[in-house]
Design a protein around this ligand. Structure first.
Ligand code: ARG
Length: 539
C-alpha cells in the first residue's frame, strides 16, 4: 500500500520535551529566518529513542493532573449517586480509550507530527486543520490552562490560608490562580531548560498524591478502621449505591465532561509517534495499557473518596483531596495533600504553557497568526551566552540557561496564551470551564475520528500498521455526538461561545491563508505544510 512520508511544518518534537528525557534535537526552536520544514524528519531520525515503558509513563503522566482531585464534585452532584458516578468514570474512561485507539490508527496511517491538525488537513482540507489550530490557540490551550490554574489556586489557598478564605470569595482563588499562571509563564520565558527542569520536578507530585489517596483508601476499606465510621457505613454498607441517580441526560453529559477532563490528554500520544523506536508495535501497546491503568487508578481513587468522605463533601468540594487528607491524617495530612495536588497542577500548567508556546510559535511562523508570535524573545543567535566567571554563578547559569542564553523562547506566543488564559480564569469556574472545554475538545476529537472512517472508505489500500476495530471509532463518534448535542441543552451559552469561536475561524482562514494563494505564502516555515498540501491535498 501507499504510505505518507512527508513531514509537517508543525514540528511538535519540542513540545514533548518537558516530559521526556532530554535529547539534543528536542530543545531546538529552529534558527529564526531559516526554513526548517524538514527539521521534523531530521529530529525524527535523530530521536527514535522512546521505548514502550517511556511511552507509557509519558502518557500516564500527561493524563493524570488536576482532574482526579477536582472532578469528583461535578461528577457526583450531576450523576446523583455514587454508583452512577462510578459509571460516569468508567464510561468517560472507555470513551477516552476508544478515542485513543482511533488516534493510534490515524497516527500509523499518517505518521506526521502535529496530531489532529495534520489529520484534518489531510482528510478534509487545510481549512479544517486551520480551524483546529485556531481553536487550540484561543480555546483549548488557554481553556485547559485556566481549569488547571483554578484548581491550583483552590488547593493552595486551602493549604496556606485555610478553608474560610476559599469560601469567603472566589477572587482569592482566582488571584492565586493568576499568580501561578504568571509564575509558570515567566519561568518558561526565561529558558527552555528552566521550563523542562521544573516539569521534571513537578512530575513527582501527582503520583505521590494519587498513590497516597489510593493506599489510604485501601487501608480504610480493608481494616474497616474508618476514620469517619458514619461515612463508611452510610455510603459503603447501608446506602443503595444508585439511590438518587439522575434521570436527566443533560446532567449526565455535564458529569461526563467533568470525567473526560480527568482523562484528557490521551491525544498527546500522537505527538510522540515520531520519537518511538518501534511505533507501529508500541504506540497501540502503550495506549492499550495506559488507558486501562488510568481507568483503574481513577476508580480506586474514587472508591477511596467514597469510603472516607460523606457524600455531601464529595458533592460540593472542588478540593476533595484536602477533605480526604484531613479525615485520614488530620491537619498535616490535608496540608501535605493540598501541597501535593497544587504541585501536580503547577506541573500540568507548566507542561501546558510549554506546548502552547511552541504551538502558537509554529502558527506564527506559518503565517496563521501575526508574525511577532513566531519570534523568540532574544534572537541574536550569533551571540552565544557569556557565562559568568565565578564558579558557582557559572554552574547555576548553565543549569538554567539555554545554549543561546536567556529568553531564547517564544515569549510573545506564551504571553498571548497567558492573556487568553487570564480571561478564562476571570470569567469561568471549574464546572463551566470543563463543559466549555469539553465541547470544544470533543468537537475536534470527533472530527478526526470521523475522518478515520472517511479515510477507510476513500483509501482502503493505505498502509495502516495498526488497525483498530471499526466499532471503536463508531462508538466514539456516537458517544461524542450524544455529548455534544446534550451540551447544547445543558449549557447552551458555553456551547454557543465555542461555535462562535469556530465561526470566526472561517474568515480568518481566508484572511491568513486563503487570500495569499499558494505561492504568496508568508513564511518559509510554511513550506512543509504547502508541500504536503500540494502532494496530498484534494486530488
Ligand atoms: N487530564 C488532565 C487533568 O486532569 C488535563 C489534561 C489537559 N489537557 C491537555 N491536552 N494537556 O488535569
Amino acid at each position: 500500500g501507499r504510505s505518507y512520508s512527508v513531514t509537517s511544518a508543525f514540528d511538535f518534537n519540542s513540545s514533548l520535551f518537558p516530559l521526556s528525557s532530554s535529547g539534543p534535537g528536542y530543545t531546538s526552536l529552529g534558527t529564526p529566518g531559516t526554513p526548517n520544514f524538514d527539521s521534523g524528519a531530521q529530529s525524527l531520525e535523530r530521536n527514535k529513542s522512546l521505548t514502550y515503558l517511556n511511552g507509557l509513563s509519558l502518557v500516564v503522566g500527561l493524563i493524570i493532573g488536576s482532574g482526579i482531585f477536582s472532578s469528583p464534585a461535578s461528577v457526583n452532584s450531576n450523576a446523583g449517586s455514587p454508583g452512577a458516578a462510578l459509571i460516569v468514570w468508567i464510561v468517560s474512561g472507555m470513551l477516552a480509550w476508544t478515542g485513543a485507539a482511533s488516534y493510534a490508527e490515524l497516527g500509523g496511517a499518517i505518521p506526521l507530527n502535529g496530531g489532529a491538525q495534520v489529520y484534518l488537513s489531510k482528510i478534509f482540507g487545510p481549512w479544517a486543520g486551520f480551524l483546529f489550530t485556531w481553536c487550540t490557540v484561543v480555546v483549548l490551550k488557554p481553556g485547559s490552562a485556566a481549569i488547571i490554574a483554578i484548581i491550583f489556586g483552590e488547593y493552595l489557598v486551602r493549604a496556606v490560608i485555610g478553608a474560610d478564605a476559599v469560601d469567603a470569595s472566589p477572587w482569592i482563588n482566582k488571584g492565586v490562580a493568576l499568580i501561578g499562571l504568571v509564575a509558570v509563564t515567566l519561568l518558561n520565558c526565561v529558558s527552555t531548560k528552566l521550563g523542562t527542569r521544573s516539569a521534571d520536578l513537578f512530575m513527582f507530585f501527582k503520583f505521590a498524591a494519587l498513590l497516597a489517596i489510593t493506599i489510604a483508601g485501601i487501608i480504610v476499606a480493608v481494616t474497616g478502621a474508618a476514620y469517619n465510621k458514619e461515612a463508611l457505613s452510610t455510603t459503603w454498607k447501608t446506602t443503595n449505591w444508585f439511590e438518587g441517580t439522575s434521570m436527566s441526560s443533560s446532567q449526565w453529559a455535564v458529569a461526563l465532561y467533568a470525567g473526560l477532563w480527568a482523562y484528557d490528554g490521551w491525544d498527546n500520544t500522537n505527538f510522540v509517534v515520531g520519537e518511538m523506536k518501534n511505533p507501529s508495535r508500541d504506540l497501540p501497546k502503550v495506549l492499550h495499557t495506559a488507558l486501562p491503568v488510568v481507568i483503574v487508578a481513577y476508580i480506586l481513587a474514587n472508591l477511596s473518596y467514597f469510603f472516607v468522605l460523606p457524600p455531601e463533601t464529595i458533592n460540593t468540594s472542588n478540593t476533595v483531596a484536602v477533605a480526604f487528607g484531613s479525615i485520614v491524617l488530620g491537619p498535616v495530612g490535608s496540608l501535605l495533600l493540598a501541597l501535593a495536588v497544587s504541585g501536580s497542577c503547577f506541573g500540568g500548567l507548566n507542561a501546558g504553557t510549554f506546548t502552547a508556546g511552541r504551538l502558537i510559535y509554529s502558527a506564527g511562523k506559518e503565517g496563521y497568526l501575526p508574525e511577532i508570535f513566531g519570534t523568540v524573545g532574544f534572537s541574536d543567535s550569533s551571540q552565544r551566552m557569556r557565562l559568568p566567571r565565578r564558579q558557582k554563578a557559572r554552574r547555576f547559569a548553565s543549569f538554567i540557561a539555554d545554549e543561546q542564553g536567556f529568553f531564547y523562547t517564544p515569549i510573545y506566543a506564551m504571553a498571548l496564551n497567558a492573556a487568553f488564559t487570564t480571561v478564562y480564569i476571570i470569567v469561568g469556574d471549574f464546572t463551566t470551564l470543563t463543559t466549555f472545554y469539553g465541547v470544544a475538545s470533543y468537537l475536534f476529537y470527533f472530527a478526526p475520528v470521523v475522518g478515520l472512517i472517511v479515510l477507510r472508505v476513500k483509501e482502503p489500500e493505505l498502509e495502516r500498521p495498526y488497525k483498530c476495530w471499526l466499532i471503536t471509532p463508531i462508538i466514539f463518534c456516537c458517544v461524542s455526538l450524544f455529548l455534544l448535542s446534550r451540551a447544547i441543552f445543558a449549557k447552551p451559552f458555553q456551547a454557543l461561545i465555542v461555535f462562535a469561536f469556530i465561526a470566526v475561524g472561517f474568515p480568518l482562514f481566508w484572511w491568513r491563508v486563503g487570500s495569499r494563494g499558494r505561492s504568496g505564502r508568508k513564511s518559509e516555515q510554511g513550506e512543509g505544510w504547502w508541500k504536503f498540501w500540494k502532494r496530498w491535498g484534494r486530488r
